[in-house]
Design a protein around this ligand. Structure first.
Ligand code: AMP
Ligand code: MG
Ligand code: MG
Length: 337
């Protein structure tokens, strides 16, 4: 059984384990959300600028990273949260995962990889995994639980190629049958668990942007784009899901604030569905590991389901916004390290 599994391509084994872990993470988030009915019970740590961490973020990052490290020891794993060492808890989470039954493995491991992507020959050393254990924590704290997601992105040679997104709640916390949904994608193979949709009215331009990290640059850009509809909703993962499902043409965030773990999984799934996620100049982010741990997406985030809309948005970014972000990056980002 173990020998047969280990002969399967590494990328499929990694994806199937990431899906199992994301599903488990969803169970833990649902449990914590149902049992902690007051924000004071969530163990909130304020990291500044409406950037929160709760006990759900801490538990989920630990359960994902400790198990992926055990299973794929040579992959680099980068998680959003700084966790304190707790060997006993690590062991508990390793044993719990080992004992859990998986029902997703078989289908994914049987898939045929596309010929021309070089996935067959990948080794663990080629791979970096990006973990945002709970994206949209500000939304969780405010009770907008449909917008929270677990994000596990996979990059190879600096490019986001695969990702898993679990959305723990589609409805409310009180529905005990709620299982959420898990979506995943591999560039060249496609996306699964989510059906890409056209926006209902292609002539009306709808964009989606941040709810809690707004600023004047974002407002100036919206003014320049002149969209017919602006949705302001939290969560990088959720906004990209809205783009894939046709709720908006583009996610427009001409600001620093998002990090690589916010964009890796959404970018890969969007690309696998035919869309695009870049900085405000149309360039993809570099998902290589950095020794200084500076994973800020200084040059903002633009994500679109269609190339034509993507370039229209990029052409509309005002010069003062673009120059301001370039200057911020220049002042803060050290030469590649
Ligand atoms: P939002 O669209 O505001 O929900 O942000 C998407 C993701 O980017 C979340 O994980 C936020 O924590 C992060 N983010 C965006 N802007 C900022 C900021 N100014 N400070 C800290 N985190 C941010
Ligand atoms: Mg996040
Ligand atoms: Mg997070």
């Amino acid at each position: 059984m173990i020998a047969a599994t280990s002969r399967k391509p590494l990328i499929l084994r990694l994806l199937s384990e990431a899906i199992n872990l994301a599903n488990w993470a969803g169970d833990e988030i649902r449990h914590i959300t149902r049992t902690c009915t007051k924000p004071s019970q969530l163990g909130v740590v304020d990291k500044g600028d409406k950037d929160f961490q709760t006990k759900a973020d801490r538990l989920v990052q630990r359960l994902i990273t400790v198990n992926l490290t055990k299973l794929f020891p040579e992959c680099i794993i980068v998680g959003e949260e700084d966790l304190v060492e707790d060997k006993e808890e690590d062991l508990r989470l390793l044993n719990k995962f080992k004992d859990s039954l998986s029902n997703t493995d078989a289908a994914i491991l049987k898939m045929t990889l596309p010929d021309d992507c070089g996935y067959e020959n990948l080794t663990e050393k080629d791979i970096t995994v990006w973990v945002d254990p709970l994206d949209g924590t500000a939304e969780l704290v405010e009770g907008n639980i449909q917008r929270i997601t677990v994000l596990i992105g996979i990059s190879v040679k600096g490019s986001a190629i695969a990702g898993v997104i679990h959305q723990p709640f589609l409805k409310s916390t009180t529905d005990l049958d709620e299982k959420g949904r898990t979506m995943w994608g591999l560039v060249g193979l496609g996306c699964f668990g989510i059906a890409p949709k056209e926006t209902p009215n292609p002539t009306l331009l709808g964009i989606i942007t941040t709810k809690s990290h707004g600023n004047q640059n974002i407002e100036d850009t919206i003014e320049a784009i002149k969209p017919d509809r602006v949705l302001r909703i939290g969560g990088a993962g959720y906004k990209v899901l809205c783009v894939i499902e046709g709720e908006a043409h583009s996610y427009v965030f001409p600001s620093n604030g998002c990090k690589r773990w916010d964009t890796a999984a959404p970018e890969a799934i969007l690309k696998a569905s035919g869309g695009k996620l870049t900085d405000i100049f149309g360039n993809p982010y570099d998902y290589n590991y950095r020794t200084d741990n500076d994973y800020q997406n200084y040059l903002g985030v633009i994500a679109s389901s269609k190339e034509s809309m993507h370039s229209r948005i990029i052409k509309s970014i005002p010069n003062h916004v673009a120059n301001g972000l370039l200057e911020l990056q220049k002042q803060n980002l050290k030469p590649k390290c």
